[in-house]
Ligand binder design. Sequence first.
Ligand code: ZN
Ligand code: ZN
Length: 313
Amino acid sequence: MSIVLDGGADAITGDGKQRNIVGYALTFLLWPGILAACLYGTWLGFEAGHSAIYFNITYLLLALSLFTLERLLPHERNWLDNDGQIGPDLAHTLLNKGFAQVLVVVGVTIGIAEVAASKGGGFWPGDWPLAFQIILGMLIAEAGLYTAHRVAHEWSLLWRFHAVHHSAPRLWFFNTGRFHVVDTVTSILLSQPLLFLAGAPSEVFIWVNSTTAFIGMLTHCNIEMRFGPLNYVFNTPAVHRWHHSRKPAEGNSNYGENLMLYDVLLRTFYCPNRRPPTDIGIDGPMPASFAGQVAQPFRRIQAALPVTHDDDQ
Ligand SMILES: [Zn+2]
Ligand SMILES: [Zn+2]
C-alpha cells in the first residue's frame, strides 16, 4: 500500500513522492520522538549531576541528526542549496549564545531567584511533581517570549532587529540562531525575569531553557514531518513555516516560541490546510555579511514593517 503525500498543511514534500505506510506513520513520530530523545538526554544529565555537559552533547547530537534527516527527508528540496549565509548564521548563533550565557550567569550571580524567594515574591509550587513545575515554567516563560516576538512584529523600532531573523532565504536547522543580538536580549529580558520573580528553582530554569533550545532547532528544520493536533500545542515546523511567509497576513501569526497557547487564546494562530509558503523573507534591504546585518537596524533605509491589511485576510 502506498500513500501519495501532496497538498494540505501537513503534506510535505510537494514533489508527489510516494511512500509506504510505515514511512507515512514515521512522519508523525519523528518530531515527538526526537524531542523525547532530547528530553531524555537532559534527564540523564540531571541523573549524572552534569546537566550542562549532557545538554551540550544532546544539542550537538540533535544538530547532527537534523542535518542528516534534512538530506534524507527534505521538506523543501530547494532549501538544501547553499544560500551563502552559513557564515553569518554561525556568527549570529555564537554571539547570541555568548550573550545569553552572560545574562544568565549575571542573573544567577546576583541571585535574583534567591532574592525573590527570600522576600516572599515567589509563589513557586515547589511541592508539585517536577513535570508540572516544568510545564508551569514553560507557560510563564512563553508569556514573555510571545510578547517579545509579537511586539517585534508590530513596533518598527524592534522590527528593525527582528528583520534579520526573517531575512533568511530558507529554513533549516542551522539558521535557528540567526537573530540580531538585540532581538535575543529583548526576548531573554522579557521571559527570564518572569521565572525569577515566580521563584522558579534553577532546575526548572535548566529544563525550560533546554526545552526551548531543542524546540527552537526543531522548529526551523527542513524535514518532512507531520504533526496533526501537535500544531495546536507546540511551535512545530509546520506552524513556524507560516510565520516566515513573506505575506504579512500569513507571517504575523504563530508568535509562540515553544507553545501555541497564547496564539490560540489571542487569535494569532494560523495554520491553514495547505502547503506552507516557500517564498519566505522580507521586503527590504538586508546585507549579506554578518557585520552588515548587525549594523542594518541602525541604518536609515529599513525593511517595511509587516503590516496586515484587512483586505489581506
Ligand atoms: Zn518573527
Ligand atoms: Zn524563525
